[in-house]
Design a protein around this ligand. Structure first.
Ligand code: FES
Length: 106
């Protein structure tokens, strides 16, 4: 059986400037949406260490730093980069449809 694809429009391309991250929702999933050198990436927005929004943190290149304790992740891969972070963060596929940025959460 083929599952239907579940792409959800979360933002317009113009709403995420290059080098920035915004908070969006895909259904009830909190997403951090990144524009890194004109390419869009999505991770879960809630830090794996405690409850903080990565979209409130700082994006430097492709590294997002959590605002609460300074944990760092690779935004493109979700890889955690050491203490206090012990778990990677989930990433989601992103595609562009016209002006819309879509994320696939399931
Ligand atoms: S909540 Fe993100 S590093 Fe602690």
């Amino acid at each position: 059986m083929i599952e239907p694809e579940n792409w959800i429009t979360v933002a317009d391309r113009s709403s995420v400037e290059t080098g920035s991250v915004i908070a969006v929702k895909a259904g009830d999933v909190d997403i951090a949406l990144y524009n890194i050198d004109g390419q869009f990436y999505a991770t879960h927005n809630i830090c794996t260490h405690a409850h903080a929004l990565l979209s409130d943190g700082w994006l430097e290149g492709d590294i997002i730093e959590c605002p609460l304790h300074g944990g760092r992740f690779e935004a493109k891969t979700g890889k955690g980069l050491g203490a206090p972070v012990t778990c990677d963060i989930k990433t989601f596929p992103v595609r562009i449809e016209g002006d819309a940025i879509q994320v696939k959460v399931a």
